[in-house]
Design a protein around this ligand. Structure first.
Ligand code: SD4
Length: 290
């Protein structure tokens, strides 16, 4: 059995590349990296990689993470500038025993030393969005402007599972801000003996529930990924509303070690993509349930 699930429709072309690898008995690490790179490289996705929308200082600062569910090793970068594929830097960092989560200049220094490709990630199109936004009077930070963070969970024929994320975070965020995406247990988590999960939405709220780790724990207790996703999202949504009167946008995907998958959201339109041995990459749209 193999399979891969991803947040948002924009991941479809990436999953087609992953499918080629997985159906030829390839590695879950190679498949997920390739799939995320495809999203990072596409200039019109406004919240991932090249073309990602900038922070309030008009700098594109990117977050990404990679986790190997066999070894539980993690690599992540936060607020990294001027490198083409943050996911590949995160994966490289996952081979380190210590110093595997690096931010800003530290991450850039590591990437430079390791020979990763430097690239100005700010496009003309992103600059136009920035200048238009500066003219607006209401400047509330929102997670979903166009497309959104890419998060994936992958299972290969050997039973190895991986999880990964990549994002430019919230448009107009403060310099140095990171969200849930590079934070283990919040934006992603995977254990090959159980399954994995990944999140998208308002990082500040997703982190309050360590939502990806929560989903994996629920699956470990025997819950189907669908039930685990629903419980994690709706419990956190309710808790935040009870304690603070409102909850940010929360959307999650999950897959267990049998290739069963789940998804849940508290927003009105969350798209995700799934690819399985009997199913080419297929896009679905879900709405808040209940
Ligand atoms: C963040 N969760 O930086 C990411 C961005 C995102 O919908 O997914 N926005 O908070």
């Amino acid at each position: 059995m193999w399979g891969i699930i991803a947040t948002w429709r924009m991941a479809k072309e990436g999953l087609e590349l992953a499918e080629e690898i997985l159906k030829n008995q390839g590695d879950a690490g190679d498949a997920i990296e390739k799939a995320i790179q495809a999203v990072e490289d596409f200039p019109y996705y406004k919240s991932v990689g090249y073309g990602g929308l900038p922070n309030e200082d008009m700098e594109v600062e990117l977050d990404a993470a990679y986790m190997n569910g066999n070894t539980l090793s993690v690599g992540a970068v936060g607020a990294i500038r001027d490198f083409a594929n943050p996911i590949s830097i995160a994966r490289r960092l996952s081979h380190e025993k210590v110093n595997c989560i690096l931010v800003s200049e530290g991450a850039e220094k590591f990437a430079h030393k390791e020979g990763f490709e430097r690239k100005n990630m700010l496009t003309e199109r992103a600059k136009i969005h920035y200048h238009n936004r500066m003219k607006e009077t209401v400047q509330e930070l929102k997670p979903y402007i166009g497309h959104d963070t890419v998060g994936m969970v992958c299972l290969d024929e050997t039973g190895k599972m991986t999880a990964a994320t990549s994002t430019s975070g919230l448009f107009m965020k403060k310099k140095g801000r990171i969200g849930d995406s590079p934070v283990i247990g919040s934006g992603f988590y995977v254990d090959s003996q159980i399954g994995g999960a990944s999140a998208t939405g308002l990082g500040e709220d997703l982190m309050k529930g360590c939502i990806s780790y929560t989903i994996v724990q629920l699956m470990e207790m025997g819950m189907h990924p669908q039930k685990a996703c629903e419980k994690a999202v709706f419990d956190l949504d309710l808790k935040l509303k009870q304690r603070r009167g409102q909850a940010g946008d929360l959307s999650v995907i999950a897959m267990n070690c049998k290739g069963e998958f789940g998804v849940a959201t508290n927003i009105d339109g969350f798209s995700f993509v799934v690819c399985l041995p009997h199913q080419q990459p297929t896009v679905y749209l879900v709405k808040r349930q209940g």
